[in-house]
Write a protein that binds this ligand. Structure first.
Ligand SMILES: [Zn+2]
Length: 755
């Protein structure tokens, strides 16, 4: 090894300057490692195996099933790939330069950002921990070492809790980040969460509760050497090193090191596809389980505490991954626990929840989550923060939005570390009468048993009615258990149909968060304002593209409506079907749409949206029971609601009560596709608009009286040359036979004469 023998000073200086010169020369040709985004054509198992064998990690990829897979590869990996015979294109030829050049600086800085594309450098992280502990000494601990990295850097942990320097008997929760050195958002969102807790401690009930009744632990950087190395090769951000910095005989660049997320002891090295025995691979698992001081430190720290649950943060892919890494599913009841808590955590950011195999189509072994769950016995996930577009180093103006995306997930994760109650389900029967029977299911969704008995309080929603006397104490609720209770709400006789009634419930035990939730139903039955049963023609609709009626796939009757009656839809299309007549909801309470539908739409790329417009040109995509958030690629705008993948016939429900002020509402379905896979498309049937009309039948001028002027207005309608719109029909149809005729005028005259 050079330098192990004593070298005369002068010689050393000459040697050093020569080396420096050589390094400079080399770095002009080949500065460290350049990483590219490659589009590899083919997604079958053999293609993925080749990619893995070349050393390319498959945990952050974009897949177009059967067509291509987009991966991130170093220049060395690219050279190896060229010899494999796989076909690929280079989409982005230098990721670090790309991350820096595309950056849009963040202008508003409520949350102080760091100097690497908005992310803190390692020393900024240390300063941040010091600053938090000194600004909020009552609730943030001084940072504490949990171990030392290969190169001798401290791995820090700190705690947020009341009495942060004492070990209280409160549920403990752990959040970790920067296992992979190029994934800084896993660290940034922890500081964002901690700052939110500190600033809202006396303001927000959840912040106050989490600080007072939980011990929240943070290890923002598990891999300080890798992170500092990235700073050294890309001081402004964009460094692409992933592993730790153990010398594994692969030079000094990004090939070196152990993949810490393949070095944990559960199922370590189970096969060579979930981790690699090759020391230069991006997924090199190390020489033995826990061979690395960084993973040892995390293991020792977890075993020395009584954690309830652990989040191991990574980025990116917009998913929340749980065990098992090999793709098999955990046994019940854990599977349901992992899914239910995961779904709640991702309620607002829309991340997919599942195993690595289910969410990104790839398995691992020796990862932190499998060890934390399988060996330490704790509920654990890996959130992968951000989309493929965000990548490892998102633009600076995306840092805060991505941190905000994790705020609710971090809150829920903290709450479920102890007992935590929710209104899991409620059903009302007999809503036509004045005695409403309620079946209410309370769940302890948390990971600890109730502290004493669970106490509920029920108040009638809007002070309408009263509950028959009941016991507030529903007994103890073990972790992850539910209890159904039945209650009776008596309404006053004066409540008209179309009134929102129900209850406000609060649920708590001796030390839990006091959960308040609301359940309501609408009394009476809704009126049908429009129906399309697809049995005759499409005269109610205006279409573009090939929308039509098909005999096949009937729901009720013999026909349904589809975008492509002849077979699959085609590439690069935008085709729509719009209801001709606009609706007015100004005289309708709680309007909603229902339709039956089934679809087969290319997952994550093509999209069908059910949309509403108040001017016929600007459209809003509506959320229903079965819509999903757009993936932000192909024809799916990020977060936009729509339908993709596939379903059997379902009964969709879309709440329209936000639009009761609108007097002109258009509806349409629109299908958009990209240039690749085409599927069978979208079918719908029995399209209905319903609601609770709140007008007097025949009150054409809206003065809340039925007069002779209204009769004259109805007669005007009858003799009108124009086709009546739904609103006119609804108002003028006094005898509810679905049309406006002279009989309606006569019925109205009768009503007026009787008054
Ligand atoms: Zn990662």
């Amino acid at each position: 090894m050079p330098g192990s023998n004593p070298i005369p000073d002068t010689l050393f200086i000459r040697f050093f300057s020569l080396t420096a010169l050589l390094l400079m020369l080399v770095s002009q040709v080949h500065p460290f490692d350049i990483y590219q985004t490659l589009r590899v054509y083919g997604t079958d198992k053999s293609t993925l195996d080749i990619l893995h064998n070349v050393g390319i990690p498959l945990d952050h990829v974009r897949i177009k099933k059967g067509v291509f897979i987009d991966v991130i590869a170093s220049s060395e990996q690219l050279e190896l790939l060229e010899q494999t015979g796989l076909t690929f294109d280079v989409l982005i030829d230098d990721m670090t330069r790309y991350f820096l050049e595309r950056n849009i600086p963040d202008v508003k800085r409520d949350f102080e950002l760091g100097s690497m594309l908005g992310n803190y450098t390692y020393s900024e992280i240390e300063e941040k921990m010091v600053a938090l502990a000194s600004s909020y000494p009552a609730i943030v601990s001084v940072k504490d070492s949990i171990g030392t990295s290969i190169e001798g850097r401290t791995i820090w942990a700190f705690k947020v809790s009341d009495n942060p320097d004492q070990n209280e008997s409160e549920p403990e929760i752990l959040y970790t980040g920067l296992t992979h050195a190029r994934e800084p958002l896993g660290m940034m969102n922890q500081f964002y969460f901690v700052q939110w807790l500190c600033e809202n401690y006396n303001v927000d009930s959840v912040a106050q509760y989490l600080v007072d009744e939980r011990e929240l632990w943070f290890i923002p950087v598990i891999n300080p050497d890798g992170y500092v190395y990235n700073e050294s090769i890309a001081p402004n951000g964009g460094g692409m090193h992933r592993k730790n910095r153990l010398d594994t005989g692969c030079g000094t660049n990004t090939q070196r090191g152990v993949d810490l997320n393949r070095n944990y002891g559960y199922d370590w090295g189970a096969d060579n596809s979930g981790s690699s025995p090759n020391p230069c691979s991006a997924t090199f698992r190390g020489d033995s389980a826990f061979s690395e001081p960084e993973t040892q430190a995390v293991k020792d720290f977890i075993l020395a505490h009584e954690f309830s649950n652990v989040l191991h943060y990574h980025s990116y892919s917009n998913v929340l991954i749980h065990s098992w890494g090999d793709g098999s599913l955990p046994d019940e009841p854990d599977l349901t626990t992992l899914r239910e808590i995961g779904w709640e955590m991702t309620k607002f950011n829309g991340y997919g929840v599942g195993t690595g195999n289910e969410t990104i189509g790839y398995g691992v072994n020796g990862d932190a989550v499998d060890w934390t769950y399988g060996s330490a016995g704790l509920i654990s996930y890996t959130p992968e923060v951000g989309s493929f577009q965000d990548g490892f180093w998102p633009s600076e103006n995306r840092v805060i939005p991505l941190c905000q995306d994790q705020l609710y997930a971090n809150q829920v994760f903290g709450l479920v570390g102890g007992a935590d109650y929710i209104l899991y389900e409620a059903d009302a029967s007999n809503v036509q009468g004045d005695t409403i029977h309620l079946a209410i299911t309370i769940q302890n969704r948390g990971l600890m048993d109730s502290d004493g008995n669970v106490i509920i309080d029920l108040q009638p929603y809007g002070n309408l009615g009263s509950f028959i006397q009941f016991d507030n104490d529903i007994g103890g609720l073990p972790a992850r258990s539910s209890k159904e209770i039945e209650r009776t709400l008596i309404l006053p006789d004066t409540v008209p149909d179309g009134t929102e009634v129900g209850f406000i419930i609060s649920i708590s035990d001796n030390s839990s968060f006091v959960r308040v939730d609301t359940f309501t139903v609408i009394t009476g039955s809704p009126s049908l304002l429009f129906i399309e049963d697809a049995e005759t023609d499409l005269s109610n609709w205006t279409t573009t593209g090939t929308w039509g009626i098909v005999l096949s796939n009937p729901n009720t009757g013999n026909h349904s409506i589809t975008d492509s009656p002849a077979g699959n839809y085609t590439s690069n299309i935008s085709s729509s079907i719009m209801l001709n007549a606009p609706f007015s909801f100004t005289a309708v309470d709680y309007p909603f749409a229902r339709f039956t539908a089934k679809w087969d739409i290319e997952n994550n790329w093509d999209f069908v949206r059910f949309q509403l417009s108040t001017d016929g040109s600007q459209w809003t995509s509506l959320e229903g029971l079965y819509t999903e958030s757009g993936a932000g690629q192909g024809t799916q705008n990020p977060g936009e609601q729509g339908y993709d993948w596939q379903s059997d016939w379902v009964e969709e429900f879309v709440d329209l009560s936000a639009y009761t002020e609108e007097s002109q509402i258009y509806f349409r379905f629109i299908l958009t596709s990209d240039g690749y896979l085409n599927e069978d498309g979208f079918y719908f049937d029995d399209f209905r608009i319903l609601g609770y009309p709140n007008f007097l039948p025949g009150d054409m001028d809206g003065d809340e009286q039925q007069t002779i002027f209204d009769v004259l207005a109805i007669v005007d309608l009858i003799f009108s040359e124009d086709e009546l719109n739904t609103y006119q029909i609804m108002m003028g149809d006094v005898n509810f036979d679905g049309q406006v005729t002279i009989i309606d005028a006569l019925v109205l005259v009768n009503i007026i004469l009787q008054d």
